[in-house]
Design a protein around this ligand. Sequence first.
Ligand code: ADP
Ligand code: 5GP
Length: 214
Amino acid sequence: MSVDRRGLLIILSSPSGAGKSTLARGMMEWDPSLSFSVSATTRKPRKGEEHGREYYFHNHDEFRKIVDDDGMLEHAEVFDNFYGSPRAPVETAIKAGRDVLFDIDWQGGQQVRNSVLGKHTLSIFILPPSITELERRLRSRGQDTDEVISNRMQKSRDEISHWPEYDYVLVNDNLDVTAEKLKTIISAERLRISQQPNLVETVRVLNSEFEDRK
Ligand code: ADP
Ligand code: 5GP
């Protein structure tokens, strides 16, 4: 199958609560052709989360079996649970020229960048405007216990330390402004030479037109 452009693997990472899931949802509304990589996890579902929509919820044995069968593009232990990106849907989308959006931590980001698809990754790190605001957002989500929130706050410094590994860093102060910046980045990165497999053919046709004019 010939496609007009190659799919990008778009990685969003941030400390928990900085807003990457909210931004990811916004990007899916902006461009429904984006494919969201639904991760697998051993964490328990939060209220309102559905198997197959936010995550595929598995127990440890099920998760381990998928990893052993090479079914994960990447996986990592985050906040005492396992998380991973199932490989097959990503490969299908990329082959069809569709971009895939990942909401994963820095460990997953490193693994995807180092994978065979690494050349086609675009990685964006989201920072909170302040640590006080990060904690406020985690609490305002109203989904996690005090213990979970304090565990996540403790690990946020470590997550933030990985910002230089990313292609872009955005401070998510005003949500609409950040979403607009994200759209700009994605739109521009889609035009990179490495994402346009048909350029060789386009230029070949232009050159043959030159020849015809001789
Ligand atoms: P993450 O996926 O990074 O853990 P979420 O997207 O779940 O974070 O956001 C955490 C909370 O902060 C949510 O309640 C969300 O609505 C809110 N939020 C996200 N971005 C902003 C922003 N720019 N300003 C204020 N609140 C925000
Ligand atoms: P949450 O439990 O709040 O949904 O996610 C916790 C953390 O796990 C977030 O930093 C999120 O980005 C990360 N995460 C979610 N899915 C994956 C995944 O498939 N792989 C990796 N490496 N991290 C993930």
